[in-house]
Design a protein around this ligand. Sequence first.
Ligand code: NAD
Length: 442
Amino acid sequence: MTPDRSTKKIAVIGLGYVGLVIAACFAAAGRRVVGVDTNLAYLEALRAGHAPFHEPGLDEILAEQRASGRLTYTADASEGVRGAKFVFLAVGTPKNSGGQADLSQIEAALRQFVLLLEHGVSVVIKSTVPVRTATRVREFIEEARGPDFEFSVVSNPEFLQQGRAVESFLKPDRIVIGGDCQDAVERVAVLYAGFDAPVLLTDHETAAMIKYASNAFLATKVSFANEMAKLCDAVGVDFLTVARGVGMDHRISPFFMSPGPGFGGSCLPKDVAALVALGADSGVEMIMLKEVLRVNHRQPRYVYNKLRDRIGEVKGRKITLLGLSFKADTDDVRDSPALDLARILISQGAIVHAYDPLAEPKSIYLLPSVLHHPDPYAACSGADAAIICTEWPEFRKMDLERLGALMSTPVLIDARNILDPESAARHGIRYTGVGRGSDPAA
Ligand code: NAD
């Protein structure tokens, strides 16, 4: 593939965690990009010079690309799509009440711009969508524009990881491009010509399934680690060492083997649920994936039970959550296990306090009764116990002696296993991890 730095315009519809990163990175690769979003608060933040959410390194690229004139934003789909040779669909595909992917944002976006698409355009599906969605998109456009309208639909699922989205978009493990028109697939492949990654060209259905299967496998690994960690707790074995030994087998790898409060975020839970639902709709019971979700659903309760074992009843007691986002380096709290834990604690009558370096604004409306603090020490002051829910680097560096002295009872449940149990015990903390076999005496 030869790099194509032509000024062919790219429109990106949806400037969320995925769309904004790809818009910024394609602009940085020398392309002319217009980002479209219906969220006016997002556009306001972008025009003020920063991303509407936290993603390391993104603000810098946005500033450079705004200054270069290659990246512009609009709420007006007609302005965005007019003259575009590629229209990337990066809107949300959340879970509906039946567990399926809700495609209403895709449908609404298509309705907004279908009559404005240029001849020869490629509509590229970036959002995670079930098999056969590309066919539905093609039929929708054909119906709206008639048989003489020339266009193509290409499936190009995204694998970036929040918290390191820019890096993982620019240096992906693979680029998957699916479609039924070889030319169109290759035109999209050329957009990635400068990227150092293997490219897998395939059909629409396979591309969509690769995305779902990847997330299902990662989720399975996490639930496996959590189940093994529970067993290790019961029989007095340190699962962290077990995971290290198991992960040394290159067929397994050490990644996604960390036990904790369960997986969350906007992808793994909904994508596994969508596969289970697709199985049900297709007459295939996804037995293992159902269990993966079940194990995950129970995990916050497992952490809560550890707390109960340490302090007994939580009613009327101050419990502090350290971290609310579903993982470190993001402010995203969608399906965050920390919020599930907060809900369990609130339902049991606990007074829940919290500190998160970034996620307070996004969690405050979801859980208005949680009391937020500006740092971990203020949050833990007078607490009966604290639970580390997110692996924020700053929690690794906490002054444990100070923390323990401030708490009413120095009980710390480290649901992310980021602290050294012995060192915590030496500082007077009554420490409990997940899957560490036994807790140090304290
Ligand atoms: P998001 O909810 O953060 O962003 C979606 C954006 O689309 C929002 O800003 C919303 O305002 C906008 N939007 C909705 N309808 C629109 C319309 N008609 N016109 C213009 N804008 C519209 O979602 P996300 O996390 O960026 O995910 C997007 C897709 O990418 C999903 O399918 C998701 O599964 C997939 N994905 C996400 C990640 C991730 O880490 N977040 C990784 C890989 C794939």
